[in-house]
Design a protein around this ligand. Structure first.
Ligand code: IVH
Length: 670
């Protein structure tokens, strides 16, 4: 292939992988294979810039920061939705529609989850992304084109199809972050000692409105499209046609959207979404019911700001009113002091909430939160509950404003807030019991040394009794040490000593993760395991220059690693762990499924296809998108596609969700 052809080939291939991942939740290659393709394209484009396409995936990032967003006027206003708070108001909506359309027949509706993110419009001309904007006030929004371009789920060029994409088409959708990505991002920020985000919605909104697109590019933003503005030649006439068409053009659509008829279907859908809401991996705050036919939509028309043809069925609030009994300052493993509100316990959407995070002093000041205040709290997904606002009318005049303490509440050392940092910290890194407890809890946790039977309670007792202070002390614990602790029976002591002993033979990456080196997360630890071939001496003497040459290890991480190992206390502790018998095993698990090829089809109760894919790949398997005679196993979910038929014809071994579970436990199916 000549360079021009190769550039075209790689560009198309990478965009197709984006679509497999974001539109079909069915990735066909691993993240590292994807990165490899991207780097290959980058290097050819560098050599032959004249052949690089405007829609090249390498151009998603790299744009220069702007000082201010331009304003863009929407060619058709982006309306908002009227609300229905209960069944009756949905019934009234349907009756009103029938009355206005002068019919007794059941109306066809599109029934959709109301995603809790922020609305954007993306404009294509002759199939190419030209610009995009936020909803703004509905008439004018902000030009966030450069940021939208960094979202890999938004195609820079619409896919070829039977649809006529010539001229202008405006697609509208919701930008959001899912819970798994949000958790990961916050964990990373915590490691980097950065302020964590309050909830996925704020994080998505803040990320999209960054003046520097490089920051946006590092945020795991997703998008689901659900409506259309101007369409010059596309010729879509119903919401159903739109929902069917968009994925064919490469635009992701939510998979819970359904077409229904009449009020019974609406009520069923509303109740169903209410019941599954807490199991979804993203936040929804309602359902959206839209008249399916665009002709009927036109007939029904609009009120001033919302259409008559659609309504948002609000789900039960995840907000409640309660009282702040106290505010305590909790100290984490990095010394960060987080104010936590102790609440009069209250039931929020089926979960009893008695704590809410207040984030930091600035947040407390901004919301003017005081002990004894009556407040509205909110729970979103599995995110820590937070205070939305204070009900000032109910405030007692004796309630005083709250200040985080000048001394660490645990060790009495001074606290300090570095310039530009939102977080107040205890500076006594070495001896503060709260920091030691935090570090130790992290060290023994599931993703690190994974020491069974050693949980938070035991760590607290061990530290309070001065039995452990640094990591190696765990390996030195004896029967008599544990015997003296409260409620320790012979059997549990033996079990604990046994699991500590077993944990000594561990994977290098687990130990490294357990050390809690600033900025270095689980993924980086795995990279370092590979790169340094389980040699901790080699790693500890690596310079930041050589470390930052490793793919995916940036300068900040390299610096953290170097500085961690420059501390003699750290080296002494690691050496002591080794003296106590710590050894690193070959990462066998990753080899368990080497050479095996899997195909996944259908949908699963507990995991998404991409989660299953990730797990299988972590175990060394290869996951492919189509069944062939080389497929080792077909992983079969509900409502499988043609892959099931093909696998049966070829006599490929098939495993269901139960088989998958035993597979994940380590049993190879037979
Ligand atoms: S349709 C007039 N569909 O809800 C049609 N909106 O209150 C309005 N939203 O600004 C847009 N999920 O941010 C539509 N499936 C969905 C939606 C949805 C969430 C948001 C969107 C919009 C707001 C309207």
């Amino acid at each position: 292939m000549d360079p021009q052809e190769k550039i075209l080939f790689l560009t198309q291939k990478i965009e197709q992988h984006n679509i497999d991942y974001y539109v079909y939740d069915n990735p066909k290659i691993s993240d590292s294979e994807y990165d490899k393709l991207l780097r290959e394209l980058e290097s050819i484009e560098k050599e032959y810039p004249q052949f690089s396409l405007e829609t090249s995936p390498t151009k998603r990032i790299g744009a220069q920061p702007t000082s201010k967003f331009k304003t863009i006027e929407h060619s058709i206003p982006m309306l908002s939705l009227a609300n229905a708070m209960n069944h009756q108001e949905l019934i009234d909506f349907d009756l009103q529609i029938k009355k206005l359309l002068n019919t007794n027949n059941s109306i066809e509706y599109s029934m959709e989850p109301k995603l809790d993110g922020l609305a954007v419009e993306v404009v294509y001309k002759d199939g190419q992304f030209i610009y995009g904007s936020t909803r703004g006030d509905g008439v004018k929004g902000e030009d966030v084109s450069l940021n939208l371009k960094t979202i890999k789920a938004i195609p820079l060029k619409l896919l070829d199809s039977d649809y006529d994409t010539s001229g202008i088409i405006e697609f509208r959708g919701e930008v959001f972050i899912n819970h798994a990505d949000f958790k990961k991002l916050n964990q990373k920020r915590e490691n980097e000692e950065k302020q964590i985000f309050a909830n996925p919605r704020n994080c998505a909104a803040g990320s999209l409105r960054q003046l520097n697109p490089k920051i946006t590019a590092n945020r795991p933003l997703r998008i689901n499209f659900y409506s259309i503005g101007l369409q010059e030649n596309l010729n879509i006439n119903t919401q159903k046609e739109l929902i069917d068409c968009m994925p064919k053009l490469g635009l992701p659509v939510n998979n819970l959207i359904k077409i229904g008829k009449g009020i019974d279907d609406i009520i069923k859908y509303y109740d169903k979404l209410e019941s599954i809401r807490n199991n979804l991996d993203y936040d929804i705050d309602g359902v959206v019911i839209k008249v399916n036919s665009f002709d009927e939509q036109k007939q029904l028309g609009e009120r001033s700001r919302s259409p008559r043809w659609a309504i948002a069925g609000k789900l039960k609030s995840q907000q409640e009113t309660t009282k702040i009994i106290d505010i305590i300052a909790s100290v984490g493993r990095t010394g960060a002091i987080t104010p936590v509100a102790k609440l009069d316990p209250v039931n929020v959407g089926g979960v009893i909430v008695s704590n809410a995070t207040l984030h930091n002093q600035d947040e407390i000041n901004r919301k003017d939160i005081r002990i004894n205040d009556t407040v509205i709290i909110q729970r979103a997904g599995d995110v820590i509950p937070e205070v939305v606002k204070v009900i000032k009318d109910k405030r007692d005049k004796n309630n005083h404003s709250y200040q985080l303490p000048n001394l660490c509440p645990i060790c009495n050392s001074p606290t300090k807030r570095a310039e530009g940092d939102a977080v107040l910290r205890c500076i006594n890194k070495k001896e503060c019991p709260a920091q030691i407890k935090g570090r130790m809890k992290h060290f023994v946790s599931k993703n690190c040394m994974d020491i069974d039977g050693v949980g938070d309670k035991l760590i607290n007792m061990l530290i309070d009794n001065k039995l452990i202070n640094r990591y190696s002390d765990i390996f030195k614990l004896s029967y008599s040490d544990l015997e003296g602790l409260e409620r320790m029976a012979d059997k549990s002591i033996r079990n604990i000593l046994d699991s500590i002993n077993t944990s000594k033979n561990t994977e290098f990456s687990r130990f490294l993760n357990g050390l809690g080196i600033r900025n270095v997360g689980t993924h980086a630890c795995k990279l370092l395991e590979k790169e340094f071939d389980r040699d901790i001496t080699k790693l500890s003497s690596a310079t930041k220059e050589s470390l930052s040459k490793i793919h995916e290890i940036g300068e900040i991480m390299a610096e953290s690693i170097e500085s961690y190992f420059n501390n003699q206390n750290h080296i002494d502790d690691i050496n002591e762990c080794i003296n106590q018998g710590l050894t690193f095993k070959e990462n066998k698990i990753s080899k368990q499924f080497n050479g095996l090829s899997f195909v996944i089809t259908g949908s699963f109760k507990n995991l998404s296809r991409s989660q299953i894919k990730k797990i299988l790949e972590e175990l060394g398997g290869r996951v492919s998108g189509s069944v062939s005679k080389n497929t080792s196993y077909l992983v079969l979910g509900e409502n499988p596609g043609s892959k099931f038929k093909k696998a049966s014809e070829l006599g490929i071994q098939i495993i269901d969700e139960n088989g998958l579970n035993s597979l994940l436990k380590g049993d190879l199916p037979n």
